[in-house]
Write a protein that binds this ligand. Structure first.
Ligand code: G6P
Length: 622
């Protein structure tokens, strides 16, 4: 999604802003822009469509834009096409040269999110003589701030709070006012924004990696707060314009964690970080052979009181939910429903205080997942967030939080966050089973031991990557790929299929193996690749039969199974083995070859692995 950066200090702002934007590139964008001001001079705006290097070229790598205070933006189009005129920053003035130029405006700003009532606001502003040059909702907000600023002759903070009361939707805003040189004003609602301070400088960003190189001291500006930012300082205000305290937080991530570290792509690096991500997550949740969910406040009493669980999430996090449902039901005997957050928020699912709604999210900012969490709370359910980004909105709003310790994930296609989420959900399932008396102490200990052994087993799967690289080069011209499995193997298939399609642009579908013959099998042609996930012994023969049905219609077959199931080689063309573990936990191993398959296929096709087209890392709009 869109990215915001800001800088005010003693250095030239434009190169710092471009650097910050480059670190947010992974979020996905289609145009970019900067506004920089030199002392009391008006801000100069430059914008460009396409990759960030176009903007860098246009500004001579930032050198052509003089000034020590500025804001920057990468835009992922929602309202209005991805054109230069629609790119941010936007200005309050009535004329803006299409490619930017000196903005003779009192207010200039960038925005992430969606303003739902922008049409109505635009109409009002048109009546007051404002002329609009873009199709964006952002232009309406910047002009509305300007309108209140002038109408009431009030300062920037009050003009912004009045605007916040008037707009509906979500936003992170960074604004500069012509009369306030060296200052940036920021506000947010349901869209992330942080402010970092150093000795003589301050930084704004929609995500931590943009400023990690400069400072680790950050303020997480809260929902419906305004910040007034000057070099080295930030003051916060509530909606009434009263000053309010926001704690300064230290980022513990290593800056190197957001670098490629010798790997060709972030995705490959993050695939290799999975043993550590899973180990760190497990270590934080398991102490002395017992799951310790105390930090999350999930007491045994709470766990025993539950009569149902609903898991709501998007994308790969939803796939984690799909896997977790089998494990929780099987071990703990609690009925589980798994819902896409975008669907859950608009249905009237009955629930009460004995329903636990678990929202899984890497970013903790996904708009639909956040909305699902709020709906669950309104309906009286107890809520638990399983989140990677500390301090994110979902983490702050949920009743209870379990953090995954995957570290910063940069590639759009998630890998290590997915694996860390799976591990966290497995610990939760085991603990629920124990607390509800569903398993013996011995069984519980065995489960935790198996979990503790996963990081090393994932590392062993990674050692086999050359074979997958070879196989990927063979399939890189495929038109369709089907991923099939039953039970937990179906859940892994969903993730394998998503990894393949999102970065290689090859059409793929995941199907519950037994359902294939009810329609989808008609798509199987000579040479169509069908990948069967075969890790569940009880379901092994059944899925193999379904693969055979495909083979007899021309399909070529790949199988992923556990060590020892060598007979599978009699039936399939290419087999990958993963180490044995408790069958509840095989998704943590089976997903790794599927991630590598998607990765290497994308590389063979020469695609932009880390930043696939049309996608965003964190989807903060509905
Ligand atoms: C986007 C990402 C996916 C991710 C999904 C949910 O679509 O591209 O990789 O699974 O959002 O994100 P979350 O941050 O809530 O886990």
């Amino acid at each position: 999604m869109c990215g915001i950066v800001g800088y005010t200090g003693r250095e030239q702002a434009a190169p710092i802003l471009l650097d910050g934007l480059s670190r947010l590139e992974y979020r996905g964008y289609d145009s970019a822009g900067l506004a920089v001001r030199d002392g009391g001079a008006p801000a100069e705006v430059v914008k460009a469509v396409g990759k960030l290097h176009h903007l860098a070229d246009k500004t001579d790598q930032g050198r052509a834009l003089r000034g020590q205070c500025g804001i920057g933006h990468t835009r992922w189009a929602t309202h209005g096409d991805p054109t230069v005129i629609n790119a941010h920053p936007h200005v309050s003035g009535n004329i803006a040269a299409p490619g930017g130029g000196a903005a003779e405006s009192d207010v200039v700003g960038v925005h992430n999110g969606i303003i739902e009532n922008y049409a109505e606001l635009k109409e009002k502003l048109l009546r007051h003589g404002y002329v609009f040059y873009s199709d964006t909702d952002t232009e309406a907000v910047v002009k509305l701030v300007d309108y209140y600023y002038k109408k009431y002759g009030i300062g920037p903070v009050d003009a912004i709070t009045r605007t916040m009361v008037r707009v509906r939707g979500s936003y992170a805003l960074a604004l500069m006012f012509r009369d306030y040189p060296g200052e940036i004003f920021a506000a947010r609602k349901d869209s992330p924004l942080i402010i970092g301070t150093a000795e003589d400088a301050s930084y704004l960003a929609s995500d931590v990696p943009a400023i990690l190189k400069y400072t680790r001291s950050v303020y997480y500006i809260d929902n419906l707060q305004v910040a007034r930012v000057s070099p080295g300082h930030a003051v916060f205000y509530d909606l009434n314009g009263d000053e309010t305290a926001v704690p300064l937080t230290e980022i513990t991530w290593d800056a190197a964690a957001a670098e490629k570290d010798g790997f060709e792509h972030f995705m490959l690096k993050e695939i290799h970080e999975q043993p550590a991500a899973v180990r760190d997550t497990l270590n934080s949740l398991v102490k002395d052979g017992r799951a310790d969910l105390g930090a999350a406040g999930l007491t045994e009493d709470i766990i025993r009181s539950l009569n149902g669980i609903v898991i709501a999430a998007c994308g790969s996090a939803w796939h984690v939910g799909m896997a977790a449902q089998y494990v929780i039901e099987d071990l703990a005997g609690i009925p589980v429903r798994v819902e896409l957050a975008s669907e859950f928020r608009y249905r009237s699912m009955p629930m009460n205080e004995n329903t636990l709604v678990i929202v899984i999210s890497q970013s903790g900012e996904t708009a639909d997942s956040l909305a699902a969490l709020r709906v669950a709370k309104e309906r009286g359910a107890l809520t638990l967030a399983v989140v990677n980004v500390v301090g994110s909105t979902i983490a702050r709003e949920a009743d209870h939080v379990l953090y995954t310790l995957a570290g910063p994930e940069i590639a759009v296609a998630t890998t290590k966050a997915y694996s860390a989420q799976l591990a966290a959900m497995d610990v939760l399932a085991a603990e629920m089973a124990r607390a509800r008396g569903m398993i013996t102490g011995e069984h519980y200990a065995r489960l935790l031991e198996e979990l503790a052994a996963l990081p090393d087993k994932i590392r062993r799967v990674l050692e086999d990557k050359e074979r997958l690289q070879w196989f990927s080069s063979k399939i890189s011209n495929a038109h369709d790929i089907f991923f099939i499995g039953r039970g937990l193997d179906y859940a892994v298939s969903l993730e394998g299929s998503l990894k393949m399609k999102e970065i290689s642009y090859i059409h793929s579908e995941a199907y519950a193996a037994g359902e294939l013959k009810h329609g989808t099998i008609s798509l199987i042609e000579q040479g169509t690749l069908v990948i069967g996930v075969l890790t569940q012994s009880r379901l092994f023969e059944k899925t193999v039969s379904n693969m055979m049905e495909c083979k007899s219609r021309g399909a070529s077959l790949m199988g992923i199974t556990v060590n020892g199931n060598f007979a599978v080689e009699d039936s399939v063309n290419f087999t990958v083995y993963v180490p044995k573990t408790d069958e509840h936990f095989t998704p943590s191993l089976a997903v790794v070859p599927l991630q590598l398959l998607g990765y290497y296929t994308s590389v063979s096709r020469g695609l932009d692995v880390d930043k696939p087209r049309n996608l965003a890392k964190s989807v903060t709009v509905e």
